[in-house]
Design a protein around this ligand. Structure first.
Ligand SMILES: NC(=O)c1ccc[n+]([C@@H]2O[C@H](COP(=O)([O-])OP(=O)(O)OC[C@H]3O[C@@H](n4cnc5c(N)ncnc54)[C@H](OP(=O)(O)O)[C@@H]3O)[C@@H](O)[C@H]2O)c1
Length: 297
């Protein structure tokens, strides 16, 4: 048995409860990881509250799309890692808030990357790399990123600017300087988009709370506008993009390589013990915590 934070039901942060669960054995193409750090993201909050019904989450489920730790068992068909190896894992089937997790998507943790960053990267890195590929933005084009100061937004900003793309990032006024340091042109998300943003070639909505109709106008149509979480997107012809399991490992590896070579830096994270997952959710929900949270296991 292993300690985990389970969902005792749907609702406020206090539905997160520490319990003993059986992590099970890895399947042929899976590994089992002894978790050191687990990332917390906004989708976890939506799943916990019951606002988002997805990913097969039910009472008893363990949340967590990302973690980093040490391999402790591998399936029969796994040849690229062995027990003792350090890895970061992307968990579309969830399970990261635990001492032990079974994973089907992993990348080696480079020695130069901290445990906290390795755990904070997989879900937002996968999403950023995936959407930039889907949008097909190229050098010289202008990309509007809504939510440019968030976990996905900061990664997408850096990968896009490194590829020669001009990035306009809609962010909270307080985040403007940090956004400019990443190479983007910040605009204040509290102001109407139509008044502050020129026409753009493509839009990544990594906020879920923006004026998507205005974004579609600025991009000259919905074809190159993608949202990660706004359910109104499809009504406007905007793609609501979810995980691409075929390419997820490659996407995480791309982001991890950028982290390792120093061309990508993550927002600073705050570490909290696994047993304080409920406090982490409460702090994120109230706005008292504005950093990325990683749970220490
Ligand atoms: N579909 C997928 O595969 C997938 C994968 C990963 C994430 N997601 C979703 O994508 C979204 C971003 O994830 P994340 O981890 O980057 O979240 P995050 O770190 O919380 O970032 C969200 C950012 O959006 C900003 N924001 C809030 N209202 C805004 C507005 N009106 N205009 C522009 N920006 C605004 C926030 O700013 P403040 O701090 O000022 O509020 C924050 O910087 C979340 O909704 C998440 O659930 C989806």
């Amino acid at each position: 048995m292993t300690r985990a934070v389970i969902l005792s039901g749907f609702g406020g942060p206090d539905v997160l409860t520490v319990a003993d669960v059986d992590p099970g054995q890895p399947g042929p193409r899976q590994i089992r990881v002894s978790v050191r750090y687990a990332g917390v993201g906004p989708t976890d909050l939506a799943l916990r509250s019951g606002h988002l019904k997805a990913f097969g989450v039910a009472p008893g489920s363990v949340l967590g799309f990302e973690a980093a730790g040490v391999v402790d068992a591998v399936g029969a068909a796994v040849t690229d890692v062995a027990p003792g190896d350090e890895v970061a894992v992307y968990l579309p089937g969830l399970g990261g808030y635990a001492q032990s997790v079974i994973a089907g998507h992993w990348v080696p943790k480079p020695p130069s990357v901290s445990w906290a960053d390795a755990a904070a990267l997989p879900a937002s890195g996968e999403a950023a790399v995936r959407v930039l590929r889907l949008l097909g933005v190229t050098a010289g084009e202008t990309l509007l990123i809504l939510g440019g100061a968030g976990a996905v937004g900061t990664i997408a900003t850096q990968l896009a600017t490194a590829a020669g793309v001009r990035v306009v990032a809609a962010v909270r006024e307080d985040d403007a300087d940090a956004t400019a340091r990443l190479g983007a042109t910040p605009v204040d998300y509290a102001k109407p988009l139509r008044e502050i943003v020129p026409s753009v070639d493509a839009v990544l909505d990594a906020s879920g709370r923006s004026d998507l109709a205005a974004a579609v106008e600025l991009a000259g149509g919905a074809r190159r506008v993608i949202t990660l979480s706004d359910p109104r997107g499809p009504q406007l012809g905007v793609t609501l993009s979810g995980p691409d399991l075929e390419r997820a490992t490659d996407a995480v590896a791309t982001a991890m390589a950028a982290l390792a070579d120093g061309s990508l830096t993550l927002r600073p994270s705050t570490a909290m013990p696994l047993s304080e997952a409920a406090a982490a959710h409460a702090g994120l929900e109230s706005g008292a915590l504005r950093t990325k949270i990683v749970l220490t296991v």
